[in-house]
Ligand binder design. Structure first.
Ligand SMILES: [Ca+2]
Ligand SMILES: [Ca+2]
Ligand SMILES: [Ca+2]
Length: 182
């Protein structure tokens, strides 16, 4: 498996108290990440009912609509011209009040690479109490690449759930060819 360039993409670095005395941290900035806007995500442990009745197999996760909409970003070192694969798992929150229909205006999100949106979820489909896996390829255009996930739905403390964020090298630009072209 190719090395993951993202730090704490699984959100396990900071332990949320367990069991359910206090099973999430509010307005949290996950280790290794910065906030885009807003006051921070919720960091939830695997027994929190936000994911649903069936426990998540991936431990802790974040909710992008913490107390209100927010986003997370992380800058990684990249090689210009190389291809990378961004992978993540996302899910919709399980509500207690039965909001299971689509379109759902509450949970929408954008994924951006250096400010360019490469994936956008519009609330028109999706599943609850299960993760949806997403792979997206991109070519680095700078030596530092910022990956961001930003909540775009109605800000109501319920929103996109994220886990298992990774970036790995798909194909490396040959330094020999680059040197030959200069
Ligand atoms: Ca996790
Ligand atoms: Ca929340
Ligand atoms: Ca929301």
């Amino acid at each position: 498996m190719a090395a993951n360039l993202i730090i704490n993409g699984d959100f396990e670095a900071t332990r949320v108290p367990n069991p359910q005395t206090q099973n999430y941290l509010i307005e949290h900035k996950p280790y290794g990440w910065d906030l885009t806007t807003g006051n921070g995500v919720d960091l939830l442990n695997d027994v929190h009912a936000k994911f649903g009745a069936i426990k998540t197999p991936y431990g802790q996760y974040v909710e992008l609509d913490g107390r209100s909409n927010t986003g997370i970003k992380q800058a990684i070192s990249t090689q210009i011209g190389s291809r990378y694969k961004l992978s993540f798992d996302w899910a919709l929150p399980s509500y207690s009040d039965g909001k299971y229909s689509f379109p759902d205006p509450s949970s929408k999100f954008d994924v951006a690479v250096n400010g360019s949106v490469i994936f956008s979820y519009d609330g028109s489909y999706g599943v609850r109490n299960a993760w949806t896996h997403q792979d997206i390829g991109f070519t680095a255009t700078a030596n530092t690449t910022e990956i961001s996930f930003v909540e775009k739905g109605v800000s109501d403390a319920e929103g996109t759930l994220l886990d298992n964020i990774s970036v790995s090298v798909e194909s490396q630009t040959s330094r020999v060819i680059l040197a030959g072209n200069t």
